[in-house]
Design a protein around this ligand. Structure first.
Ligand code: PHE
Length: 360
């Protein structure tokens, strides 16, 4: 027993003499480490007779508790004094310039998509989605594109391994299959836009194998070409921020619309300087038309009762025109210098939604 009292006074003295946190840790290991003094005393209790254990057990446990408490309070004391010492000796050089942190930028595609969603949202169009891997039926057949139709080749389709039931699968070549999914899923009226990736095997200054399209679909009773024109003119003026933007509907052909049109906006290309809204030139922007009666029938709608219009355009293309980006391929090169130049700050409000006159 005397031994324990000795150890106690000896060790408490040692704790008090430690001068640094490191020294204190050394002390702790000496007594409580794997082979530490207190540790071995605790271990040794097993070999004591029950009588001895009754006496020694509580004494050893008390020693342990007291020592650990002493270590803890010494530790607090030492840490505090070490911190005070540090604060006294350390100086902060407030003349040192700060290290600038470059804020991230929003990619022009994300920005343009936000603008489009906001703008068409304001016009009452909800967002719809469809899969990137599409079946041949939704991508072509239901859209009135027959098996032997040249559009299947024209669009440079990426074909995938077919479905288990043998149905051919493709990477969707346009967002138009979302029209079909929308009309098949729900009852009319419909007013949706769908934005997403599309894929075509093509690569040059104006083509990349993956790009984005926005598709619009409106189906209701008594819808005519006037509604289509009004909607798209309103959209183009707002998106490009040009009041009274010259807009031209040029007759065209798509298997899924009748009549079909391509839409051009007025621009000038003087001295390599491209301007939207002024001048004698035209720039093609999008494809559109009244939904073909066959497409309506394929979606179990009666063309005598329901009509509507659809339009589709490339997101990169309109972003390039609006923001003066010359090469489509640069969108996907992940060059930080490019992104710093063409990117947007996160607080930029989508789109100059209020129309201004003059230059875009
Ligand atoms: N899907 C057509 C394309 O990719 C665009 C389009 C959509 C045309 C809707 C008319 C109506 O070229």
């Amino acid at each position: 027993m005397a031994k324990i009292t000795d150890i106690k006074s000896q060790s408490l003295q040692e704790v008090n003499q430690t001068q640094t946190v490191a020294e204190l840790e050394e002390f702790r290991l000496k007594y409580f480490g794997k082979k530490g003094l207190v540790t071995s005393m605790l271990k040794g209790m097993g070999s004591l007779s029950p009588e001895e254990r009754q006496v020694q057990g509580p004494a050893i446990n008390a020693l342990k508790t007291e020592l650990l408490e002493a270590v803890e309070s010494k530790k607090n004391e030492l840490e505090l004094s070490e911190l005070n010492e540090k604060l006294k000796t350390e100086k902060i050089d407030i003349t040192l310039p700060g290290r600038p942190e470059e804020p991230g930028k929003i990619h022009p595609i994300s920005q343009t998509i936000d603008e489009l969603v906001t703008l068409f949202g304001d016009m009452g169009f909800a967002l719809a989605e469809g899969p990137n891997i599409e079946d041949d039926y939704h991508n072509f057949t239901a859209l009135n594109i027959a098996e032997d139709h040249p559009a299947r080749q024209e669009q440079d389709t990426f074909y995938m391994k077919e479905k288990k039931d043998g149905a051919p699968l493709v990477l969707r070549t346009h967002t138009s299959p979302v029209q079909i999914r929308t009309m098949m899923d729900k009852n009319p009226p419909h007013r949706i836009v769908s934005i997403g990736r599309v894929f075509r095997a093509d690569y040059d200054i104006t083509h990349t194998p993956m790009f984005h399209q926005i598709e619009g679909l409106l189906i209701d009773k008594n819808i005519n070409m006037g509604h289509l024109k009004g909607c798209l003119i309103e959209f183009l003026e707002t998106f490009f921020g040009v009041k009274d933007l010259p807009v031209r509907f040029r007759p065209s052909y798509f298997p899924f619309t009748e009549p079909s049109a391509e839409v051009d906006i007025g621009c000038s290309r003087e001295d390599g300087d491209f301007k939207i809204g002024k001048g004698a030139d035209w720039m093609e922007i999008l494809g559109c038309g009244m939904v073909h009666p066959n497409v309506l029938r394929n979606c179990n709608l009666d063309p005598e009762e329901y009509q509507g219009f659809a339009f589709g355009m490339g997101v990169e293309r309109i972003a390039m025109l609006k923001y003066g980006i010359p090469d489509l391929r640069t969108f996907y090169e992940s060059d930080l210098r490019w992104l710093r130049h063409y990117g947007f700050r996160s607080l930029d409000i989508p789109c100059a939604l209020n129309k201004t006159s003059g230059d875009a």
